[in-house]
Design a protein around this ligand. Sequence first.
Ligand SMILES: [Zn+2]
Length: 163
Amino acid sequence: MGWRSISSRGGGYSNVSTNKQELGKLGEVLVVQNCSCPRCKRDNVLQRLPQNFRCADVICDFCGYLGQVKASTSINLDLVPKRIPGAAWGVQRDRMKAGFFFPLFIVLVKSKTEFAIYYLSADLQTKKMFVPRKKLSDQAQRAGWQGFMYDMDSVADRVIRLV
Ligand SMILES: [Zn+2]
């Protein structure tokens, strides 16, 4: 998975930018390959979790640290986008009510070889940065589904660049 699976399709960059699932996978691969565990500080310990594991995308196979990964295409790797699409709002809202926040890796992908990885620790996240979106209309494929956006602008001074 990762570079090879994308380049073997012959599309390179354009596939990266058009295929959301592939982009998500690429983001996780880049984190696993380039980041040490933020908690135990070891190298090569982060692993991708299976798709159906909902609360996190990577886990440390030494200390059990869990993290989420969001990937986004970008032409400027020096700037975190102001808003990044999140996932399901209901789940996020329930987690916040229970006081659960997960560290967030933000992977910006410019091309097959150009990327940046930013990090926002769970301790520095705010409830305000999770902004609910409108429910999908009755005509939509997932009618009634409601997502959220990460308002990265509101936490811009808390995000650090790792790679
Ligand atoms: Zn660890």
